[in-house]
Design a protein. Structure first.
Length: 153
């Protein structure tokens, strides 16, 4: 990954989001950009979600608590960005808050989604809009191989 050829206008890009599917390199690129631009790094933290294992083991009833955990965690991270003044520093994240709602719409039943939407709308998270979104893509076979290489269940 050669980021030396990437030209980012730091005057207008104060909040940068790197997005894409699992295993595509979001975190790696976000870390390199933060280092290169002397920015603040904001990383998705999936390891702390106590509901995720149950959800992946087929516990559909764990979908709502898993999504709400992520929503609250990400909202807290975005709030800390706003409080640290987005205008004084460059921030780079490896997630976009709108992806959370997309995942919720896929994983929750209609009544759970209605509750999720009510909570989402009450939260003040939409005001942290990135100035630049970098979307990464890769062939599904490459993604699966990278995921397997991680050795994470």
């Amino acid at each position: 990954m050669n980021i030396e050829n990437i030209n980012i206008n730091c005057d207008t890009s104060r909040y940068i989001v790197v997005e894409g599917p699992i295993g595509v390199g979001k975190t790696s690129l976000a870390k390199r950009l933060a280092d290169s631009l002397s920015g603040t790094l904001v990383l998705e933290n999936i390891e702390n979600n106590p509901f995720l294992d149950r959800f992946y083991q087929g516990g559909r009833d764990s979908g709502l608590p898993a999504q709400l955990f992520f929503l609250f965690q990400r909202a807290k991270q975005l709030e800390s960005l706003r409080q640290s003044d987005l205008f004084s520093n460059i921030s780079i994240a490896d997630f976009h808050i709108e992806k959370d709602r997309l995942f919720a719409s896929v994983n929750l039943d209609p009544s759970e989604m209605a509750l999720y939407d009510q909570i989402y709308e009450k939260m003040d998270i939409k005001k942290t809009t990135p100035n630049l979104v970098i979307y990464l893509q890769a062939d599904p076979d490459i993604l699966l191989e990278r995921i397997a290489r991680r050795g994470v269940p």
